[in-house]
Design a protein around this ligand. Sequence first.
Ligand SMILES: *Cc1c(COP(=O)(O)O)cnc(C)c1O
Length: 233
Amino acid sequence: MVELGQQAASEVAENLAEVRRRITAAAVAAGRDPGSVTLIAVSKSQPPERIEAALLAGQRIFGENYVQEAKGRWPALRERFSGIELHLVGHLQSNKAAEAIALFDVIQTLDRPKLARELAKEMTRQGKHPRLFVQVNTGEEPQKSGVAPGELDGFLSLCRGELDLVVEGLMAIPPEDEDVALHTALLAKLARRHGLASLSIGMSGDYETAIRFGATHVRVGTAIFGARSPRRA
Ligand SMILES: *Cc1c(COP(=O)(O)O)cnc(C)c1O
């Protein structure tokens, strides 16, 4: 078992090096500074030894989807490793807003007025202000979270005006069967219109394309950690 664990660990370190290399190459090919792209290692449903392997290989920025799962592992890891930056990239229920604010450095899935109000209230109460991205449903899929592109103006006015929230960027999860290039271009257009600097888009299968079209934050899971185990929640 120990050997198996070590093999998994060296695989993670190699994968991470390869993803970083590709990010640099994609940025350079697009005439961009590689330092303008942030790699978020999405560790949802991954076993602890693979996460530790990534930490030991120097990765410090991680993404999680579930508040409970993140709460079960990251406080202990933060005690052992300094400089960890944790992003929530999964849907956030309003009744978990307080826990999310306590746990995460960045919340990428701000997507509706009720949640915005709850986050604003809790941030004031806790005196803690995680960075915020607004999730946009660029594919306008009815079952998917995110603000419809046509409703973004109004939603941002609520967040920035009435609630005094600082929004750093936009995040999207494009439909699986569609070209990430179009969705990145749309997200970039929306971000420019609203003076937002950051674009979180691109996953294991398409992060290089997303970088070509302007992504500043790519969220990569399986290309680093390997296949996920079924959700344990
Ligand atoms: C799981 C997940 C990712 C990573 O997906 P991979 O295909 O494993 O790279 C990125 N973003 C979000 C929102 C996710 O849920």
